[in-house]
Each structure stands twice: as structure tokens, then as C-alpha cells.
Ligand binder design. Sequence first.
Ligand SMILES: [Zn+2]
Length: 64
Amino acid sequence: MVLVFQSDPLDTEDARGRFYHVCLGRMQEAEMPVPPPDQPYACPRCGVELETEDFWIAQVKGSV
Ligand SMILES: [Zn+2]
């Protein structure tokens, strides 16, 4: 698991929810912005690449 999606039902202004990177087994506190399709996020710590598509999958499944 490298990406977690959390939706906050109390937050009506941001209904899309938030994404968090799970780095080396630890969920990061900083929210992950969705990267542009041509610029996947490469984590300098664990080396994972997160593409835009991964974020949409996480949004549906809760995690990737
Ligand atoms: Zn990482």
C-alpha cells in the first residue's frame, strides 16, 4: 500500500477528499496533491512512483 484516500464527510467544501502517501509503511501527515498526468510523483525516500491514475484508483478503492 503506497497511497491512501480519505474522505471527510464533514468537509463539504472539499468533497473529493484527501490523498496521503504511505512511505515505507508509514502514512505521511502531509496531504498529497494529485500530480499532472505527465508528471508522476516520485518519492525520494521509498522510490515509488505515483501516477495520476493511481490517485483515481485510490479514490475508488480507498488505497492503492
Ligand atoms: Zn515514499
